[in-house]
Design a protein around this ligand. Structure first.
Ligand code: ADP
Ligand code: MG
Length: 829
């Protein structure tokens, strides 16, 4: 077999392994207990490591040495301290232990060289890389990532064997233990494509368990034991209630599962609180449970609506909504989705194994990059022949047409199927091309070799890449879940902004060469530096709303020649299918290259950084609110107010957070922060554009006045040239393009003014009557002097006085006067 062939669903709570062979998926059973699922849980007992169900058993006895839900911390720097081995272990190491254990389910471990590992569609680049790393650490030689909703759709499509004639939209609703994902998938007669996805990496069944503990069980204990603040106390790592949190979580989960079937359930508690024994039976009803989880369920429905509306679809255009993930057993979920959307809710596939099942189909269609030992080394080929090949990659037919165009004449061809079951024989090529029907094996990936031979029947070219998938559904590439951007200086260079390089939804792999200009001069051997920061986040947004995934910085000390402002910088970016980021920077002026490959698998989160970023945005939000209230724009100011409250709530939550907190709160808060800042970005964009257009018109008026006044033909022509494409620029809705135009106008305006000292009269009069100079005394003196030189018609001296007065303006006033500032952040524009 030359395909990947093993598939792993590395779940937050449950993991599974499967493979694909001869058209069928096999999900392996755990040799212990004969279940398909392996709980994603690891316990450390001195030099013994226990994985799965047995590890779960240790939770109550020895919670400190048991790790679970670590998928939620993939991609973070957080580690788990394990007292029994006196060591820190990382989420990547823990995941690799799960993968190694899954490998034990397969008896012939020799086969296990390559695997498809699934990830939530909302996993960012860093989290994806962390998953890949876990796979390699577990001994796989090749790891391919697949997004879970695509996997689920593949499972559904291939199992149900529907006959789909026209293109349809499906939604996959995956509510597992730790993550929630909703994906919009387009299905045509043989291919699936994810159009869009939404989700929350911090929303899952584990939150239900946590809510049962916090809102149902703990309040009942508090009353009984007459204590307060118990929930906060049991969540801290050390102290008298060590381990109690996890014990209650386990009971809560059991109760939750019971409530999917029965209207009420009972929990037995036997605890010591404040040295007093509490022995209690607690009854929990389904209604009680539904009341506490209802906000979370409604949150998931908001995501469904969002993904539909942001793709300009109506609910009626969604053919079905497929439920997967263990949490979809909760009856309230199905009921609320039906009530709210009216879409057909399909719960026909097993919610637990759907992902691994679909991933196995995918693995079976994915050629591996690992070289096989029996590859025959060809005689040296003279590859001057150019070919173009056309064929359907996915088909329901049992034969398929391969068409090929060839650049040279007097050649022959031969097509063989790689399994040896078909050989076309050597045939002459007529009219620079050929077409051939080739037979296909049912339900499999069929790979072909095409050889081009010369008159002496020597092979001059071999094409090994033709692969046709018969029968099953396949995936049309994997989309990028978030925009990938570069941080560059904003037009006025006082801040930076994100410029899009790859758009969300583009199919991986991706490659692009872009040209930027240096926005400052970096002298050889100087300390000045240039920064290339690649950020995953919404384009045009604030850099704090995204995540840095690759970073190259160099200074004058690294340069062999001066880098002069305005010279070209060539930057090539590439993202592979498994999300490695390659950055290649070429400086033409110095003939120097800087390159690096990033597969960052960790990100740092600090409470103080979250706070700082919130503060920066808050002051902007508050400023805008004041403006809107003054303008009586109440609807807009209310929306802003909601964002402000959200940001402040996050801030308050950060201050309540203990450094020893063992839950995921820090990451949840960071996530919330990013979402709020993104919402702010989107909200303000239109408003800002209106303001920019207003400013653009003001700049135009100023120039027109100058040009008309003196009938200055030279400048009029220049002016007409600048505004030639104004319609395009204004309609683009891109504030940065408009800003750039304003700047062009202002530069022109400045040069008109500078062209004659006499023009400074108007400037001077304007300045004379402005208020708020930083040094009033000095300004008064200058104005007195100015009036005198004006009387003498000494415009040259007047010009100097104008500059001196400028210098006395406060910064905000200077900005209004359109004085050009030359500071810079990244050095790129
Ligand atoms: P993951 O993909 O995140 O590993 P799963 O899809 O296996 O998760 O779902 C696990 C979650 O489903 C857990 O939170 C578990 O408590 C929950 N779950 C499993 N069975 C039920 C059930 N019968 N009723 C409610 N929740 C359930
Ligand atoms: Mg899952």
């Amino acid at each position: 077999m030359k395909t990947i062939n093993f598939a792993i669903d590395l779940g937050t709570t449950n993991s599974l392994i499967a493979n694909y062979n001869n058209g069928a998926v096999k999900i392996y059973n755990n040799p212990l207990g004969l279940k398909q699922t392996l709980p994603s849980c690891v316990a450390f007992r001195g030099n013994r490591t226990i994985i799965g169900d047995k590890a779960l058993d240790y939770l109550e006895k020895d919670a400190e040495n048991v790790c679970m839900l670590f998928k939620r911390k993939m991609g973070t720097q957080e580690t788990y301290f394990i007292p029994s081995i006196n060591k820190e272990v990382s989420p990547i190491e823990l995941s690799s232990l799960i993968i190694k254990e899954l490998k034990n389910f397969v008896s012939d471990t020799d086969q296990l060289q390559t695997a498809v590992i699934t990830i939530p569609a909302s996993f960012d680049t860093i989290q994806s890389n962390a998953t890949k790393k876990a796979g390699y650490l577990a001994g796989f030689k090749e790891v391919v990532l697949l997004q879970e909703p695509i996997a689920a759709c593949l499972a559904f499509a291939n199992q149900s064997n529907l006959d789909i004639q026209s293109s349809k939209n499906w939604i996959v609703y995956d509510f597992g233990g730790g993550t929630f994902d909703v994906a919009l998938v387009e299905v045509n007669d043989r291919e699936l494509k994810v159009i869009d996805n939404e989700g929350d990496n911090f929303l899952g069944g584990a939150d239900f368990d946590n809510l049962i503990v916090e809102k149902i069980i703990v309040p009942k204990i508090e009353v009984k034991a007459n204590v307060t603040n118990l929930f906060k106390d049991i969540k801290t790592k050390s102290g008298q209630y060590k381990g109690l949190y996890f014990e209650l979580l386990k009971k809560a989960e059991e109760a939750k599962k019971e409530l999917s079937v029965y209207p009420e359930t009972e929990i037995e508690l036997d605890l010591d609180i404040n040295n007093e024994n509490i022995f209690e039976q607690i009854i929990i009803t389904r209604a009680e449970f539904e009341a506490v989880i209802s906000p979370k369920v409604e949150q998931t429905i908001t995501f469904i609506k969002k993904v539909i509306s942001q793709n300009q679809l109506l609910n009626a255009q969604i053919e079905r909504l497929i439920l997967i993930g263990g949490s979809t057993y909760v009856p309230l979920i199905k009921q609320r989705i039906k009530e709210e959307t009216g879409i057909l809710v399909d719960s026909s596939i097993d919610p637990t194994s759907a992902v691994v099942d679909g991933a196995a189909y995918f693995a079976g269609s994915k050629p591996t990059n690992i070289k096989e030992e029996d590859v025959v080394i060809q005689d040296v080929e003279v590859d001057t022949v150019e070919t173009q090949i056309f064929y359907e990659q996915n088909t329901r037919d049992l034969e398929e047409l391969i068409t090929c165009k060839v650049s040279d004449s007097n050649l022959s061809y031969r097509i063989t199927r790689m399994d040896g079951g078909y050989d076309s024989g050597i045939k002459t090529i007529v009219n620079n091309g050929f077409s051939e029907f080739v037979p296909l094996l049912k339900g499999q990936l069929n790979r072909f070799k095409i050889q081009i031979l010369n008159q002496d029947l020597n092979v001059v070219k071999t094409i090994n890449t033709v692969a046709i998938n018969q029968g099953s559904y396949n995936v049309l590439g994997q989309p990028l879940p978030i925009d990938i951007c570069m941080e560059i200086d904003d037009i006025d260079a006082s801040t930076t902004r994100l410029e899009q390089i790859f758009r969300k939804g583009s199919i991986l792999p991706l490659k692009k060469k872009i040209y930027k200009t240096a926005s400052k001069t970096i002298l050889k051997n100087s300390d000045a530096n240039l920064i290339i920061n690649i950020v995953e986040g919404q384009s045009k947004g604030l850099p704090s709303s995204g995540l840095s995934i690759g970073y190259i910085e160099f200074s004058g000390k690294d340069l062999e020649d001066d880098l002069i402002k305005g010279t070209d910088i060539e930057i090539e970016l590439e993202i592979t299918e498994s999300r490695d980021l390659k950055i290649n920077v070429y400086l033409q002026a110095c003939d120097q290259e800087f390159k690096n490959v990033f597969s960052q698998s960790e990100r740092a989160i600090s409470i103080s950084k979250i706070n700082m970023e919130i503060n920066a945005v808050l002051s902007e939000v508050e400023h805008l609110i004041r403006e809107q209230v003054e303008d009586e724009n109440f609807e807009y100011s209310n929306t802003l107010e909601q964002l402000r409250v959200g940001l402040i709530e996050v801030q308050i939550e950060t201050t309540l957070l203990d450094d020893n907190d063992v839950s995921d709160q820090k990451y949840q808060l960071d996530d919330k922060k990013r979402k709020l800042i993104q919402a702010f970005d989107t909200l303000t964009r239109n408003k800002i554009i209106a303001l920019e257009i207003e400013e653009y018109n003001q700049s135009k008026e100023a120039i027109e006045w100058e040009v008309n006044k003196d009938e200055n033909e030279k400048y009029r022509l220049k002016y007409l040239k600048v505004i030639a494409n104004e319609k395009e620029v204004i309609n683009s809705g891109d504030k940065y393009l408009i800003k750039a135009k304003i700047k062009e106008l202002d530069i022109l305006y400045n040069s008109i003014i500078q062209s004659s000292d006499e023009n400074f009269i108007g400037y001077y009069i304007g300045l004379k009557y402005s208020s708020g100079f930083t040094d009033k005394k000095k300004a008064d003196k200058l104005i007195k002097e100015g009036d005198q030189v004006l009387e003498r018609n000494d415009y040259t001296s007047l010009k100097h006085i104008v500059y001196a007065l400028y210098a006395l303006l406060p910064d905000i006033e200077k900005d209004k006067q359109k004085l050009f500032k030359d500071d810079s952040k990244t050095g790129l524009r």
